[in-house]
Ligand binder design. Structure first.
Ligand SMILES: C[S@@+](CC[C@H](N)C(=O)[O-])C[C@H]1O[C@@H](n2cnc3c(N)ncnc32)[C@H](O)[C@@H]1O
Length: 423
């Protein structure tokens, strides 16, 4: 078993402890059963002889959980930076964006949608999207998504950019064509070796699965491939990893955005103070607002009922993303008076409390999970919280729940991937 774990670490950087050795063991047993092999030794031998089987094992262990506008604020910050800073400074240049890992495409397509909404024509930008999972890339190429990919309060973008088809929602073909997908392993020596620099790189929710050495080596490649004034977006738990490896936190609230550190010395990876993937604060920092691309208007007074309420919650998210944390929290509390059972609202409140270093944050996530035990983002924040507090065992409880949920959704996605006919 240990040999197979080492093989996975060498090939894709996966650190067994990041997803739990139990999960790897279970996956190996399933693969052995599929191949009719009785012993681990036989399976290990088979893995060395058959690259196809290694691919199948990799497909089975990677966590491809993703959804549109995951964490929302990074995308708002991205659009703002493009329209306010990047475009005026590079009026004739094609904007180059990389999304790696892109999983089934929700992340690069979110970037494409928000650029389209900001009035940037599809021929003015290029989005490259890469992932190791062929299965995820096949789903991305199809660009038909089930409800699993649409989460959170604000789903207006679905009306603008998708068409309902049997069993899902198909992305507008113009946006679908604006992203080029490619299979890539970030550990390969040639990864990004000859690509021109990118202006924005999204590398979110990957580094947490790697050991320190692999994190540093992947970040060095991204560092080389990022334009001097470029921006790197990482996942909520990954900012401290990036700041140890030559990047500086831009401290945009909830955006997890970094740029290259000014000093060359910063490029050397520093030893982290605590555990490998020790996730850090959510900030940020409360004091640096990012104005949004879309004007932040409260929903029209004429709007009423659930639509108005959904718009209010979405507005609370926008306020938080723009750094207006107090206003956002006040709106959340008002919203909770009318909707005390809204998990999403407790989650947002938790995020704001976390940025403000308020220990009530974990209580808000607990309430969100009580109301919706499958609220993935609250599970993720709870895991990060307990890791930060130095309670790895508690953190693992949430990590296991996240992985179980991710597996369950993957099975559902597989079912949804059966061929669809337009309605
Ligand atoms: C949790 S998803 C993240 C997707 C998206 N960035 C997001 O944040 O929603 C992690 C992805 O990393 C991919 N992955 C894992 N190891 C990889 C590697 N060595 N090279 C490229 N992609 C990898 C997996 O296939 C999976 O799709």
């Amino acid at each position: 078993m240990l040999q197979i774990e080492a093989l996975l670490r060498r090939h894709i950087g996966l650190e067994a402890t990041a997803i739990g050795p139990g999960r790897i063991r279970q996956t190996i047993q399933q693969r052995m059963a599929r191949r009719g092999l009785k012993s681990i030794a036989e399976y290990e031998q088979h893995l060395y002889e058959s690259p196809a089987e290694l691919d199948c094992l990799i497909e089975a262990v990677v966590v491809t959980e993703t959804w549109f506008f995951r964490d929302r604020a990074p995308f708002d910050a991205f659009a703002r930076m493009v329209t306010e800073t990047w475009r005026p400074q590079h009026p004739t240049q094609t904007l180059r964006i990389l999304s790696v890992p892109c999983s089934s495409g929700e992340e690069p397509f979110s970037a494409a949608m928000i650029l389209a909404d900001a009035g940037i024509a599809p021929d003015a930008f290029q989005i490259d999207a890469m992932d190791i999972s062929q299965h995820a890339l096949t789903r991305a190429a199809r660009a038909v998504y089930s409800n699993n990919s649409f989460r959170g309060a604000n789903l207006d973008f679905r009306q603008r950019h998708f068409q309902q088809v049997k069993g899902g929602f198909a992305l507008n073909p113009v946006l679908r064509r604006s992203v080029s997908f490619q299979r890539a392993n970030v550990l390969d020596a040639g990864f990004l070796a000859s690509t021109p620099p990118y202006d924005f790189i999204f590398c979110r929710n990957l580094l947490i699965y790697f050991d320190r050495f692999t994190q540093a080596s992947v970040l060095a490649k991204l560092h080389r491939s990022l334009a001097p004034d470029g921006v790197l977006f990482v996942g909520p738990a990954e900012v401290p990893i990036a700041t140890r490896c030559g990047f500086t936190n831009l401290r945009l609230p909830l955006a997890f955005a970094c740029h290259k550190s000014a000093s060359a010395a910063g490029r050397r990876c520093r030893r982290p103070p605590r555990s490998t993937a020790s996730p850090g604060p959510l900030d940020g920092g409360a004091g640096s607002p990012i104005p949004l691309v879309r004007p932040m208007l409260l929903p029209q007074a004429s709007t009423s009922g659930p639509h108005r309420d959904a718009a209010v919650l979405s507005y609370a998210h926008e306020l938080a993303a723009s750094g207006r944390l107090e206003e956002s929290a006040a709106l959340c509390w008002r919203y909770l008076q009318r909707h005390p059972d809204c998990a999403e609202c407790f989650y947002l409140l938790g995020l704001i409390q976390e940025v403000n270093h308020d220990p009530q944050a974990i209580e808000s996530y607990r309430k969100a999970l009580y109301l919706d035990p499958q609220h993935y983002e609250s599970l993720e924040r709870s895991m990060v919280w307990w890791e930060q507090q130095g309670h790895p065992a508690r953190a693992n409880v949430f990590k296991r729940r996240m992985l179980r949920l991710a597996q369950q959704r993957r099975r559902e996605n597989r079912r949804d991937s059966e061929p669809l006919r337009p309605e």
